[in-house]
Ligand binder design. Structure first.
Ligand code: ADP
Ligand code: ZN
Length: 699
């Protein structure tokens, strides 16, 4: 009797093993086939990871495959390799990565074609507007090329012939040569180019070269907004570029996956989820703004970092990898120091122009001198007036949305908190209400203290209040606000109006610091910069620096120098010195001294439970379990905790954290595996797995 055939299947679940199934007569499957199977009473579509396997359990207990999942694409072996690499590094199951890569699509009858057209038409209008305003001949040529590319796409003909040419400046050329050398030596290239140096042109140059060699290209950006801005620019050079991110419809995303699957070479522009497309023949992976923490996925698993996963993908595909940033991450600078990466500097702006001037205003001193009017100093008010008088535009960053981040009773000092989270409620206006920024819980605003009946007063100023203050100070100015309270439908409009010079002052949260390339902007201001720096988190300073430097890059991009004004209570903070030309060495030295990443590797084990007693008990037990698991290892990691994180209760669940710090050495992978094994054993024994999550390289 011929032996039965058995296969192993990856299921879209948090499952540490790949179950075995029997292939019934007449069903053929190979590695990558998608099959329908039953598991724990439910039906799933899995991906075959191995064939002709010898079952470890009694054959009679093995379930049969129900059938091939018709109409679903097969998975490439390289995709499975990437899932395995991600699962091993981020201590999650292969199935969780599979689930992220192949989400069960619910496809409605969307009118994709129509929506696509509509988008192209809006883009065409926008470009024509820009062309109308552009002065410089080269800028005009560029917009013209972009317009032709969009028109070609609207008419459904390939626009290859119209794609513009890229002529690199001598400085760009030199950087490109160094990058080419790094690639030839099989190294990752890190392009450290100031804002406006024309990194994008260099990326495009390399992308075109790869395509010309018959290779595919993946161009990653940290956020959808950046992708939207780049789409036009890239399409002018590479008309066939495919855009992939979670803002696209499911149907559109499926079309892009099909395009990738069916073409010998392709170019995709996308956010981190584009890493899991069925890539093949990749010659180049570009990671733009590689320092950006938006590359890290918080939840659900896999909690992966787009940049680091891009490096894994490039390795599997044999592709070159190009990282770029005006403010590289310490992680990448470290890798450049140790010789894993080659750092290439580009210090010159393309349109010669000076860096924004920086002015730091000490709000404590100003308050003493009566130099403050609400949230703004008289000095900043004068700067804004100067810009407005000259017809310039102003961006004002305040890192907290709301009218007031919290409210307090003037009688008893009570600060109302969310009933589900350990955070103060923020006051929002229009309509007036108290809102929890963690779980969304809202309460009506009465202004009356629930404890003593006294009166509640706003504490501090969020973006809404700042907008109100600015409107009072500059009654004639056109002022708008952009933060996550801005409706999605309004967001694009505000950006367009600001770009068209129809808004004078734009107030907003971090959203306004990224990528927006506005011609008329000459002043950017940061209020309460203290909320960005000097928190307990050791990474806060690095992030604050990156944010401020990026924000500074927003102003004075074309020719004239801009100004960056920072209001702070702590003007001596080292972040500002670094902004004014200090080096990165200090930050790296500090990280080394305290044993922080990149000199070590961090893993957070997070426990959540609505039952606080049980949580505290089990998190202490878990700590002991981990300590004994590592007891016999040569270089045991440091285990700190359990401790309550900054916000230790969200949506009714209390949170505890255990921080495991691994030495960065050869034993790392084995030690991480020890951690992972200990965790899952603990989860099973205590029936606590659902309360545990692991975050590798948390940001
Ligand atoms: P970065 O991404 O480094 O901040 P950009 O790529 O946005 O800089 O470039 C800044 C500006 O300079 C853009 O308007 C871009 O079109 C222009 N530019 C850069 N390089 C070139 C080039 N080689 N030829 C023409 N324009 C260029
Ligand atoms: Zn809440």
């Amino acid at each position: 009797m011929p032996g039965k055939a058995f296969i192993q299947v990856i299921l879209p679940l948090r499952l540490e093993w790949e179950p075995c199934y029997a292939l019934p007569e007449g069903i053929r499957a190979k590695v990558g086939s998608r099959v329908r199977v039953r598991f724990a009473g439910q039906e799933y579509v899995g991906a075959v990871s191995a064939v002709d396997v010898t079952p470890e359990v009694d054959e009679s207990r093995i379930l049969p495959v129900l059938g091939i999942a018709e109409g679903l694409p097969e998975v490439r072996p390289e995709e499975i390799r990437l899932w395995k690499a991600v699962s091993e590094y981020y201590l999650c199951s292969v199935g969780e990565v599979y689930k992220a890569a192949y989400p069960a699509l619910k496809i409605g009858q969307e009118e994709v074609e129509a929506r696509g057209r509509e988008r192209l038409e809006t883009r065409l209008e926008r470009l024509k507007e820009k062309l109308g305003k552009a002065r410089k001949e080269e800028t005009r040529e560029r917009y013209q090329a972009e317009i032709e590319a969009v028109q070609a796409r609207l008419q459904g003909r390939p626009a290859a012939g119209t794609a513009g040419t890229i002529t690199l400046s001598p400085a760009q050329q030199k950087a490109a040569d160094s990058i080419r050398k790094a690639f030839a030596a099989g190294k990752t290239a890190l392009l450290h180019g100031v804002t406006g140096s024309g990194k994008t042109e260099i990326y495009l140059q390399f992308a075109r070269e790869a395509l010309a060699r018959g290779k595919s290209v993946l161009y990653l950006v940290p956020e959808i907004a950046l992708s939207r801005q780049l789409e036009d620019r890239i399409a002018a050079f590479i008309p066939d570029v495919q855009v992939f991110h979670s803002g696209e419809s499911a149907t559109r995303r499926r079309q892009v996956a099909t395009h990738v699957r069916e073409n010998d070479r392709y170019m995709v522009l996308g956010t981190r989820s584009a890493l899991f497309l069925p890539h093949h023949g990749l010659g180049l992976v570009i990671v733009d703004e590689e320092h950006d923490t938006s590359y890290k996925q918080d939840a659900p698993a896999p909690r992966y970092h787009g940049r680091d996963t891009a490096i894994m993908l490039a390795l599997i595909q044999g592709a070159s990898i190009l990282l770029g940033s005006a403010t590289p991450s310490l992680e990448s600078l470290y890798n450049a120091d140790t010789g894993r990466f080659v750092k290439v500097d580009l210090k010159e702006r393309f349109h010669a122009g000076e860096e924004a001037e920086i002015r730091i205003i000490d709000t404590v001193a100003e308050r003493r001198k009566r130099g403050m009017v609400g949230s703004l100093s008289r000095k900043l008010i004068a700067e804004i007036q100067t810009s407005l008088d000259a017809g310039g535009q102003v961006l004002v960053l305040r890192a907290r949305r709301s009218y007031a981040p919290s409210v307090q009773c003037t009688e008893c000092g009570h600060i109302p908190k969310c009933s589900h989270c350990h955070v103060p409620l923020s006051l929002h206006k229009q309509p007036d209400r108290l809102v929890c920024h963690y779980c969304g819980h809202t309460e009506p605003w009465t202004g009356v203290c629930p404890v003593c009946g006294g009166s509640l007063q706003p504490l501090g100023a969020g973006t809404q209040k700042v907008e109100e203050e600015l409107q009072a100070l500059f009654p004639k100015a056109r002022i708008a606000r952009l933060d996550s309270d801005t409706p999605d439908t309004r967001e694009a409009g505000i950006i367009r109006e600001f770009a068209a010079g129809e808004i004078d002052i734009l107030v907003g949260t971090q959203i306004i610091t990224k990528g927006f390339d506005f011609d008329g902007l000459d002043l950017v201001a940061v209020l309460q910069a203290d909320s960005l720096v000097g928190q307990q988190d050791f990474r806060a300073d690095e992030r604050a620096f990156q944010l401020l430097e990026q924000f500074r890059g927003r102003s004075g991009r074309r020719g004239q120098p801009g100004r960056l004004v920072i209001q702070t209570r702590e003007p001596e903070h080292p972040v500002y010195a670094r902004l004014e030309g200090g080096s990165d060495d200090n930050l790296l030295a500090e990280r080394k001294l305290f044993g922080y990443p990149p000199y070590t590797r961090l893993v957070h084990v997070i426990l959540k439970d609505s039952n606080e007693k049980r949580l505290d008990f089990l998190s202490r037990e878990l700590r002991n379990t981990l300590l004994s698991a590592f007891a016999d290892t040569d270089t045991p990691p440091a285990v700190v905790g359990p401790y309550a994180p900054n916000v230790d209760r969200i949506a009714g669940e209390t949170i505890r954290q255990i921080r495991v710090t691994f030495p960065r050495n050869k034993a790392l992978t084995a030690l991480k595996r020890t951690l992972s094994t200990a965790l899952s054993a603990f989860g099973k024994e205590r029936r606590y797995a659902a309360h545990l999550t692991v975050d590798v390289d948390p940001v």
